[in-house]
Design a protein around this ligand. Structure first.
Ligand SMILES: [Zn+2]
Ligand SMILES: [Zn+2]
Length: 414
């Protein structure tokens, strides 16, 4: 716990620096069940973000304002995944003095009214606001089949100063960080808690590993040791997470393939990749802040409910995106096919990446097509294949300046 406290303190320091910053603009399934198909007309694509913060931890806005942003920007479902907390009980938030936060408070009051917003002043004249619980704000936004809020927590743990964070989508009761004697053990202990809660409640939920390269904390070798882990963030919009690795450490695509190959050779299930915002900052939009709208998932499901979202994702019926939209992803047990919703004057490269059982060197680029649709016929020696779509469209308010819009299709196997 001592180390966790140190790390939480560091988060707070980071937040403080941010608030006062000088920047003005401051169960394994068969492959044939695999990936989404347009053959089923009842299924729809639902857009969601599985990683967001609010004033309940170190995010800098009220849950209602954040929900309003996502709902008004075309999202169908959202989680607020605050650090080691669920949005329950009484919490008063001291609003920082800086103008952007005071203006944000005024905007909140203007939008929801004095009858809704409970606030008071402390002896120093600072404003405290009572945060609305999930049960309080949920009815303002949820609409059947149109907008869904799923309960989540970012279980925020660590080992020897390394941050080890894991989101739990559709969590029912708080999970305290479990600790452990290695990076892998800390992850496994927390995963086991999630699986235990799932078992005891009977409610579908899953853990996902957040931003492995944040603090250079989690290596492919750490992840290879895990059992019961099916999801990780191939893309996280927070500027500090090192999605692209460095000269010594792997980017998230390389990490994915290394872990995937190891999992399959060990008889473990497919590992799925998520794109998330990990939004904390709602008042200053630039590449030094973690903002909304950077990464999301598109889930192919029959209805918009927590269980349907979790179960579709566990079947691999989704893709991750930073902007590229797909009209069709099909796996018929033999071929993986992808179709892009093409935008005018934008070019697309579709890559099929996988590993062969006979290949010593690991994952490789199996096929690359410059088109808006492509398919790859799995060979007998293909352990798995996944697709990545790279567009020429420059991403707006990106994670890194110069980023182009992309999408990641989940791996399939025969
Ligand atoms: Zn985190
Ligand atoms: Zn986070």
């Amino acid at each position: 716990m001592h180390l966790i406290k140190i790390y939480l303190t560091l988060i707070c320091i980071g937040l403080y620096a941010c608030n006062t910053g000088t920047k003005e603009s401051a169960s394994e399934e068969s492959a044939s069940e695999g990936t989404a198909s347009s053959e089923n007309p009842q299924k729809k694509w639902y857009k969601g973000n599985l990683h967001t913060h609010s004033y309940w931890s170190d995010g800098d806005d009220f849950p209602e304002m954040i929900m309003d942003w996502y709902k008004s920007h075309g999202y169908d479902f959202i989680v607020l995944s605050d650090h080691n907390t669920l949005q329950v009980g009484e919490k008063w938030k001291l609003i920082p003095k800086a103008n952007i936060y005071q203006e944000g408070l005024q905007e909140y009051i203007d939008k929801y009214g004095e009858d809704w917003v409970e606030h008071k002043k402390d002896s120093a004249g600072s404003t405290l606001v009572k945060l609305k619980t999930l049960e309080e704000y949920r009815p303002l936004f949820e609409e059947e089949g149109k907008f869904l809020i799923i309960q989540s927590e970012e279980v925020t743990d660590g080992f020897e100063g390394k941050p080890i964070h894991m989101n739990v989508t559709n969590i029912q009761t708080l999970i305290e960080p479990q600790g452990g004697n290695s990076v892998a053990e800390v992850m496994q202990n927390n995963i086991d808690q999630v699986l235990q809660q799932r078992e005891s409640t009977g409610v579908p939920m899953f853990p996902h590993i957040n931003h492995p390269n944040f603090g250079w904390a989690i290596t492919p070798e750490d992840m290879m040791q895990l059992t019961g882990e099916r999801f990780f963030e191939v893309y996280n919009g927070h500027p500090a997470v090192h999605n692209y690795g460095d000269s010594l450490r792997p980017n998230m695509d390389v990490l994915w393939d290394k872990v995937q190959l190891s999992y399959l050779l060990a008889g473990k299930p497919l590992l799925y990749g998520l794109a998330t915002d990990d939004a904390h900052n709602y008042h200053v939009f630039d590449d030094e802040h973690s903002n909304t709208g950077r990464g999301w998932v598109m889930v192919h499901a029959e209805e918009l409910t927590p269980n349907a979202m979790v179960e579709a994702m566990e079947r691999g019926d989704f893709y991750a995106s930073t902007g590229v939209e797909l009209s069709d992803v099909t796996f018929d047990g033999e071929a993986l096919s992808v179709k892009v919703v093409a935008e005018t004057d934008i070019d697309y490269t579709i890559q099929f990446i996988g590993a062969k059982s006979t290949d010593e060197k690991g994952a490789e680029l199996l096929k690359e097509v410059k088109d808006t649709e492509a398919s790859y016929m799995l060979q007998a020696d293909d352990l798995y294949v996944r697709a990545k779509i790279i567009s020429t469209k420059i991403k707006e308010n990106p994670y890194k300046v110069g980023d182009v819009e992309m999408a990641w299709v989940q791996p399939v196997k025969q």
